[in-house]
Write a protein that binds this ligand. Sequence first.
Ligand code: PEP
Length: 250
Amino acid sequence: MKPLVVGNWKMHGTQHEAVALAREVLKGLRGRRRVDVVLAPPFTALGPVRKTLRGSALRLAGQNVHWEEQGAFTGEISAKMLRELGCHFAIVGHSERRRLFNETDQTVAKKLAACLRSGLRPILCVGETLEQRNAGATRRVITRQLRIALKGMTKDAIEKIEIAYEPVWAIGTGRNATPEQASRAHATIRRMLKKLFGTKRAEQTRILYGGSVRADNAGELACAREVNGLLVGGASLKAKDFLSIIGNFS
Ligand code: PEP
């Protein structure tokens, strides 16, 4: 399975800065074909970054998406609009969206379905809080998030979905999961996918790890069991660090 590395730029960067960063990443990646790379700039920079990436294998992702195609939803963006801007992917259910913008497992499910209807590949984020981990509830939380998000999906749908395990306590904190913790959570996810979609499809689904991935810890996380790629926040804002992280897969 081809690994996937995603750079989530969050709410950082003017159009000018985004284009400069995309250019640097693109330049540094020349010739690396063994890994899929996706950039998720802010919505305002999608158009300009798209132009920069034209003709390359790099792909764009929206950081969020609404479940309706259009309507009175001030401040939202639809899957169709993201497609029009050149996105192939969308991050769905990021913990910052769940925590700061009250997204629920149910709205995440609707967003996931909207992506699939429009031909966007959703990157579905799941993960537990520190309290949940300390209470021994990691497995329960992850399986609940997956069960609700993937409810009613056809068996084929999983072929169009990426999963990201992002423990909430590791995102933006500088405290990453250990490779062992990541592997265990990924194995839980894989088991759940097998139950829902069968062994073959589950084994072909990419499960990314995200949470304080840096140039100095990406190597051990990249080769951890069941880890098929990385979702990188802060470290993706520096081309040198992001390229070094990607380098672990190519
Ligand atoms: C993220 O935004 O998905 C993320 C993992 O952030 P960071 O790498 O900064 O922890």
